[in-house]
Design a protein. Structure first.
Length: 169
């Protein structure tokens, strides 16, 4: 039996991203709703387009501990905020059963424009896999550590980004 991750559609994700950019454009401190957390020290590198390169220190982290994907119960974490005039949103699920990351999406842009949209997915397919060698979740410690997790184009347009650092939720 094939399992697939339930993802927001590209249009829904774009709408969510634009709303999050507007709502969080002045938020650089840690915090968050829904049990949200302690912040982040993520670095985005090797981004295409390059406007996606940023240090995401002190971004807002929101958490939904009662989320679910097709693989089972999950925790949904969203990191959002701005670096200069570029807003970023990184959203990912952590499976409660094995602490794996079935999918992750990264959007960035300024104003009402999305410059880049990258993704990894446990099933691979047209996307990079969320390689467990490059992302480690610790549900008990409420953190996720990225070590060079490469994200590929979500829309076949050559977008790319790489995540390194820790999100504490």
């Amino acid at each position: 039996m094939q399992t697939t991750t339930v993802r927001r559609g590209a249009l829904g994700a774009l709408t969510f991203f634009l709303i999050a950019l507007t709502a969080c454009s002045d938020s650089n401190g840690p915090g968050g709703g829904g049990g949200g957390g302690n912040g982040t020290d993520l670095v985005v590198s090797n981004a295409t387009p390059a406007s996606g390169n940023a240090t995401l220190s002190g971004y807002t982290v929101t958490v939904d501990t009662n989320s679910a994907v097709q693989q089972g119960p999950a925790i949904y974490v969203v990191v959002s905020g701005t670096a200069g005039n570029v807003g970023h949103e990184i959203g990912f699920y952590i499976l409660k059963s094995d602490e794996s990351i079935p999918n992750l999406e990264h959007f960035w842009g300024s104003g009402n424009t999305v410059d880049g949209f990258t993704i990894c997915d446990a099933n691979g397919g047209a996307f990079n896999t969320c390689d467990a060698a490059h992302v480690t979740a610790d549900i008990a410690g409420k953190s996720v550590t990225f070590t060079g997790l490469v994200l590929g184009a979500a829309q076949g347009d050559g977008d790319a980004s790489t995540l390194t650092g820790t999100v504490a939720y």
